[in-house]
Design a protein around this ligand. Structure first.
Ligand code: GRG
Length: 297
């Protein structure tokens, strides 16, 4: 398998369906449709839908029509979080995904509204999955429950709250792990759990998938800390050294780059050990988890 080729094919597929589901840029409120499209089509690695799709396939899921609304929904929720995170009241960043941030182009009010719109539209789209004739309504309801919870106050928003509340303060590794688990891992957990649920995985399998995604998400976030000090604006498509600018405690400020990289490797390794316990195989998914250890973007 050529991983890069396979990754490109999947990215193209995900972007095609995102475009299909985006609202038409017409009507009196068309500025918001434009801002949504600007934000969500700006590029990005499409990792969360990719994790969902590959976990769906891992458990034998073959009917893409069932999973597609959720693939789009998770990327919209992720994009809304980036749009809001870049706002003046949060990180106040001018660049994201290689171009100007949404509020820089459309103004602050529409930056806020574009994020709100993406979040709400994500649930509108996901709810369409139940209209499909082959939809298993129990699995669908479980998937919706996971999506709502992991994006909310017990998931990503909760993590962001603790992060904002403690900004400019020294944090312990335990406090940082709490923030990372919610702020970053929660959406990756939602992605993989929804893929598993829609493919018919058992509750025990979904629990194991949640653990794999948690470790993968924490490794991903620590790598993000490392790239913030070792990468370039061109490679990342967003400002570097932003943690220093925002006076944030990260794994790098706590223990330095080398030790932080050891944690990335250990967490990814643990995720892969749990993955082996599932007893089913998806070569691409396994490689995707491994690639996060050495990623440059
Ligand atoms: C504002 C509700 C709200 C939440 C914000 C997700 C988040 C919480 C903030 C975004 C900034 C940040 C450091 C998030 C942690 C997760 C992370 C590393 C996001 C970037 O994800 P990538 O690298 O981005 O997958 P692309 O652009 O590739 O999709």
């Amino acid at each position: 398998m050529n991983f890069r080729d396979e990754q490109r094919k999947r990215t193209e597929y995900i972007e095609t369906i995102i475009k299909e589901y985006l609202p038409k840029v017409v009507g009196h409120q068309k500025i918001i449709f434009e801002a949504m499209e600007y934000s969500v089509l700006a590029g990005g690695k499409r990792l969360r839908p990719m994790f969902m799709l590959e976990t769906y396939r891992l458990f034998g899921g073959m009917d893409l029509k069932i999973v597609e609304p959720f693939l789009v929904a998770i990327e919209m929720i992720h994009t809304y979080s980036l749009v809001h995170d870049d706002l003046p009241a949060m990180d106040n960043d001018d660049y994201r995904r290689g171009r100007q941030t949404t509020h820089k182009v459309y103004g602050e009010a529409f930056g806020i509204l574009a994020g709100d719109a993406l979040l709400n539209y994500a649930f509108e789209i996901a709810s369409q999955a139940c209209d499909y004739e082959n939809c298993n309504l129990v699995a669908y309801a479980k998937a919706m429950k996971v999506l709502a919870k992991k994006a909310g106050v017990y998931g990503m928003i909760g993590g962001q709250v603790v992060d904002v509340q403690n900004s400019e303060q020294a944090l312990s590794k335990e406090q940082l792990d709490f923030i990372y688990e919610l702020k970053t891992s929660a959406l990756i957990e939602a992605s993989m759990m929804i893929g598993a649920i829609l493919a018919g995985a058992t509750d025990e399998q979904v629990e194991l998938v949640e653990k794999i995604a948690k470790d993968t998400g924490i490794a991903f976030q620590i790598k993000d800390d490392i790239l913030d000090v070792t990468s370039t604006v061109e490679e990342l498509g967003k400002p570097i050294c932003s943690d220093e600018k925002n006076i944030k405690t990260t794994y790098v400020t706590l223990m330095g780059v080398n030790k932080a990289q050891e944690f990335v490797e250990a967490m990814s390794q643990h995720a892969l050990e749990c993955y082996k316990l599932l007893g089913c195989n998806n070569e691409f998914l396994e490689e995707l988890i491994k690639q996060l250890i050495t990623r440059r973007t």
